[in-house]
Ligand binder design. Structure first.
Ligand code: NAD
Ligand code: ADE
Length: 439
């Protein structure tokens, strides 16, 4: 079996520096790393993680290793790997199987290498690792699974699953997939829905993606956002963050939603709300953040103006229908790194960023360190929780325990030098009583 599979080991020096920079700006995860060094809560465990391979992920890997785990990593997106970071990790002995620009076969072979390490805990961003295990177990054959099998050699799926004590999931789309598995009674082991913790979904999704998605659009296109007609599709945790930040940059923002409550919230936050069919006619920049399929498709492309820019911030590259774009265009050309121009029959040009994959990770470097500090502290503490409770948890999608969620928020505030007000004894008791009322 390969010890690592990265693009270029000679990039390691720069990668190491970037990891060090990230570590310095991730105080909560650094504290957990120090605690893990002393306590070794993950001693003897193997952790297999399918995450975006970034400097922040490298710091998470370091924390898990300090906790006593052996760590193997593969990418959760073919275009999001930071090759210098992957090189630095490989050089320091981590089993890392990731490089930017993977094809489908390479992507799944890398998943296979992580599974070949026979992990006791899986960590996912989007559920590709865990769903591969489940497809294998339930005999759902595919060409992707064939690549994985090829790499696994003699390791049987029974032995693999027997060794797993639990998993963690980082993102909304992954949690949706896991709930579908659990709903069919098929989930093979307990999984902690890290995404759903308050100290993750209220910060990483809106604030992290809000900033980094615009970073991606600006780095790729250099466009001025002020005065631009921007359309955000989906006003959930991610979309609302993007919409607010676009407005902060002076864009004129329209929101497209299917959920009446979210749409109403967007209206009352002062956004223009319209169906996609209308927004398609006047938008100049479109950003999707729904976790859903084909939210921008043929009828919308046909109505768009010349020169529009299309970007996606949702997990998979399915939100903007690329097949429709291919069928509608008479010519496609890469006009700049990660910008594909589709020329329509009538001469209109539509520009797709990052091949429709996560614009913040493909065209920029993903969320800032500060926000990943919380998300990855939750990952580290959830892995510890799984280790401490091994073989005691049900095969369900589990919430991050509230004490862990609050601890991460408290440590983050402390690291910022911000003090909390504390309830007095009288105030605590007041919340416990029902007898009082109007006097
Ligand atoms: P969410 O459930 O909070 O929001 C999704 C919203 O999209 C919902 O309000 C839903 O009603 C709406 N929606 C669904 N179908 C739609 C359609 N056809 N048209 C318009 N609106 C539609 O989920 P979220 O946490 O905001 O995550 C959204 C996506 O972003 C997921 O795929 C998630 O995994 C991903 N994500 C990406 C990053 C990143 O770094 N780019 C970070 C976090 C989450
Ligand atoms: N998801 C979004 N941003 C990320 C980052 N910087 N590192 C890892 N995963 C991410």
């Amino acid at each position: 079996m390969k010890e690592y599979w990265v693009k270029d080991l000679s990039l390691a020096n720069f990668g190491r520096k970037r990891i060090e920079w990230a570590r310095n700006l991730m105080p909560v995860l650094s504290k957990i790393l120090e605690d893990f060094r002393k306590e070794k809560p993950l001693k003897g465990l193997r952790i297999g993680a399918c995450l975006h391979i970034t400097a922040e992920t490298a710091v998470l890997a370091e924390a898990l290793i300090e906790g006593g785990a052996e760590v193997s990593l593969c990418a959760s997106n073919p275009l999001s790997t930071q090759d210098d970071v992957a090189a630095a990790l490989a050089e320091s002995g981590v089993g890392v199987y990731a490089f930017r620009g993977q094809g489908v076969e390479e992507y799944y072979r890398c998943i296979g290498y992580v599974l070949a390490s026979s992990p006791n805990i899986t960590i996912d961003d989007g559920a590709d690792l865990i769903s591969t295990i489940h497809k294998f177990w339930y005999g759902v054959e595919s060409k992707e699974l064939a690549y994985v099998r090829d790499v696994l050699g003699g390791l049987s799926i029974q032995d693999l699953v027997r060794g797993i004590i639990g998993g963690c999931e980082e993102t909304t789309t992954g949690v949706i997939r896991l709930r579908a598995m659990a709903g069919e009674g098929k989930l093979l082991y307990p999984v902690v829905a890290v995404n759903d913790a308050d100290s993750k979904r209220l910060f990483d999704n809106p604030i992290g993606t809000g900033q980094s998605a615009l970073d991606g659009v600006m780095r790729a296109t250099g466009m001025l956002l002020a005065g631009r007609n921007a359309v955000v599709v989906g006003f959930g945790n991610v979309g609302s963050g993007i919409a607010h930040r676009l407005r902060g940059m002076g864009a004129r923002v329209t929101v497209v939603e299917v959920d009446p409550i979210k749409a109403l919230r967007a209206v009352m936050d002062g956004f223009n709300v319209e169906p996609m069919r209308k927004a398609a006619t006047h938008g100049e920049l479109f950003i999707t953040a729904t976790g859903n399929i084909n939210v921008i498709r043929r009828i919308h492309f046909e109505a768009m103006k010349d020169g529009v820019v299309l970007a996606n911030a949702g997990h998979f590259d399915v939100e903007i229908n690329k097949r429709d774009l291919e069928e509608l265009c008479v010519r496609k050309e890469r006009v700049a790194p990660y910008i594909d121009m589709y020329v329509m029959r009538d001469g209109r040009r539509l520009y797709l960023l990052g091949e429709g994959r996560l614009v913040n990770l493909v065209c920029a470097e993903g969320h800032p360190y500060d926000v990943m500090d919380m998300s990855f502290s939750l990952q580290a503490l959830s892995a510890k929780y799984l280790a401490e409770n091994r073989r005691k948890l049900p095969n369900q999608v589990l919430d991050v325990p509230k004490d862990i969620d609050h601890l991460v928020a408290k440590l983050k505030l402390e690291s910022m030098g911000i003090e909390l007000e504390e309830l007095t004894e009288e105030q605590k008791n007041y919340f416990l009583k029902w007898e009082f009322g109007s006097e």
